[in-house]
Design a protein around this ligand. Sequence first.
Ligand code: COA
Length: 223
Amino acid sequence: MTSFIVAPVVETDFDCLLKYTDEEGGTLAAPFLFSSWPASDPASTAHRNAWSVEQQRWQFHNDPTAKFMKVEDTSTGEIVSLARWHRYSDGYPQEDGYTEVDVFAPPGTTPKFPTGINGPLHAGFLTEACRRRADYVKPGVCWILTTLITREKWRRQGAGGLLLQWGLKKAAEEGAPAYIEALPTAIQTYNRHGFKHFQDTKVDCTPWGLDGEFTFAIMRKDP
Ligand SMILES: CC(C)(COP(=O)(O)OP(=O)(O)OC[C@H]1O[C@@H](n2cnc3c(N)ncnc32)[C@H](O)[C@@H]1OP(=O)(O)O)[C@@H](O)C(=O)NCCC(=O)NCCS
């Protein structure tokens, strides 16, 4: 049986993440990229992964609210799962939205998207998702899980759950709620960790070339 440890991400981990490809057990590219950048061959998958890793490296250095945590396979030292929790001290600060949307383009600058990504969809959808947080994130301290991914080869072995539990413990220690914007298919998994599904956010993606609405489930665990 595989054994895992949970630890904070350090700068050199991003160099390791660059090496993880589909052929090597799966990448840790941010989940939304699989919709906004549907890469199908090894070269474009690697390009997507590299872009995502650099974006996350930027967040690691520039966003003090971001808490990157990893799960390592203790027998090989490989990183198998990655989470980005955010701790906000008073609700969700809307002015932080750009750090999630296009970290290379702070307000007033022009985004430079790489070939392959549907940039308007990526930026448009994530902007809207962050904007909607004003409807449901309560004032006061809160924790929001914005990224959770386990490399395919290591799924369903408890790694993702360890990272969920890490953030839930941090939130509980402060008496703060934890939020997640989940894919509807993941509701049951998050229910098992104590999250309650209390509303849906539906974003019309047709202006950005995707057919129809994208729905995700807003879930919260109260302390
Ligand atoms: C969602 C995701 C992060 C879960 O990661 P994971 O490491 O597989 O998570 P876990 O192993 O802790 O839990 C997954 C399931 O495996 C089960 N499981 C855990 N350990 C197990 C074991 N030893 N044997 C059998 N099943 C096990 C869990 O009970 C859970 O089942 P459930 O979904 O029915 O509740 C992963 O599937 C993923 O990366 N998906 C793509 C990206 C994505 O969708 N991210 C989330 C966006 S909301």
